[in-house]
Design a protein around this ligand. Structure first.
Ligand code: G3H
Ligand code: 13P
Ligand code: NA
Ligand code: ZN
Length: 328
């Protein structure tokens, strides 16, 4: 059944687990997530970016997620707008049946210019008020995603830096977080702790300096009842880099957010963990492998089925590591 983000994360907080929020753009990704969820009895957050909505069409996406809820009736399913950039994006999502929206006011509506605090509070408060009128949940974001290693902040499409910021500008300020939640009444708060979107997060395995887990701990101490969200939380597993590169890919060596760091975050109030890149890499590894190992193959299903299975296995691992398993 479809449920809201608030319902799901309240349960997660009560029972001390985290929920991966996987991005979807198509049927195969939707089925992969639900198969994994069924296998381990986990509740699901499925999220669509603005890019996903224009790729797949709003009606196609929303009817597909409704279909998945019908096919897997035992799995609680939250249908979430990822990185809404303005009121219109969030309201049209809700109109199509999304039970939750992210109003990302950390950047201006062009998604490239870092927003000032007052802009973020005002637009997030407006969306929060409207969404709550109709029973949908809201995630806000405070702080700018970007690398503490390089100081590069990023546009929310993950493509290209919006500029150089110092550490304090990149990280969420805990006192400001308290004020932000009080004024916007968001159900969940995305915080910046040094992660960035995409595969190229860190040039070495991140330690305490480049991944500021202490910020999460401090925010959780000040806001013990607020559900925290970690974006840019793909782990970029070495095995997936290796499969892609073994079969003709050219991905430079890179490091993501170690699963054990996410698990630490979950102990300190992180309830929603956004993952897209890992799923993309799991699928693409299989596309490359089959294209190279069976060059005569031309049935798309022969590519998509193994890709779906690889994404299913990845999702299952995250459900198990985050404690989501067993909580459907
Ligand atoms: O926020 C970034 C997600 O990975 C979605 O990416 O905008 O390319 O669909 P996308
Ligand atoms: P990754 O690129 O690390 O998978 O992050 C996805 C994300 O934060 C979507 O909002
Ligand atoms: Na989101
Ligand atoms: Zn994100």
């Amino acid at each position: 059944a479809l449920i809201t983000l608030r319902q799901l994360l309240d349960h997660a907080a009560e029972h001390g687990y985290g929920v991966p929020a996987f991005n979807i753009n198509n049927m195969e990704q939707g089925l992969a997530i639900m198969e994994a969820a069924r296998a381990v009895d986990a509740p699901v957050i499925m999220q669509a970016s603005r890019g996903a909505r224009s790729y797949a069409n709003d009606i196609m996406l929303s009817k597909m997620i409704e279909a998945l809820a019908a096919i897997y009736p035992e799995i609680p399913l939250c249908m979430h707008q990822d990185h809404g950039n303005d009121e219109a994006t969030c309201m049209t999502a809700i109109r199509h049946g999304f039970t939750s929206v992210m109003m990302d006011g950390s950047l201006e509506a062009d998604a490239k210019t870092p927003a000032d605090y007052d802009y973020n509070v005002a637009i997030t408060e407006r969306v929060s008020r409207m969404a709550h009128w109709v029973g949908a949940s809201v995630e806000g974001e405070l702080g700018v995603l970007g690398s503490l290693e390089t100081g590069e902040s990023e546009a929310e499409d993950g493509h290209g830096a919006v500029g150089k910021l110092d550490h304090s500008q990149l990280l969420t300020d805990p006192d400001q977080a308290v004020d932000f939640v009080a004024r916007t009444k968001v159900d969940a708060l995305a915080i910046a702790c040094g992660t960035s979107h995409g595969a190229y997060k860190f040039s070495r395995k991140p330690d305490g300096d480049i991944l500021a887990m202490g910020v999460i701990e401090e925010i959780h101490r000040k806001l013990p009842d607020t559900h925290l969200v970690m974006h840019g939380s793909s782990s970029v597993p070495q095995e997936l880099q290796d499969i892609i590169n073994e079969f003709g890919g050219e991905m430079p060596q890179t490091f993501g957010v170690p699963v054990e760091e996410i698990v630490r975050g979950i102990k300190h109030g992180v309830r929603k963990v956004n993952i897209d890149t890992d799923c993309r890499m799991a699928m693409t590894g299989q596309f490359r492998k089959i294209a190279q190992q069976n060059a005569a193959e031309f049935d798309p299903r022969k590519f998509l089925k193994p890709a779906m299975d690889a994404m299913r296995d990845l999702c299952r691992e995250r459900f198990e590591a985050f404690g989501t398993a067993g909580n459907a």
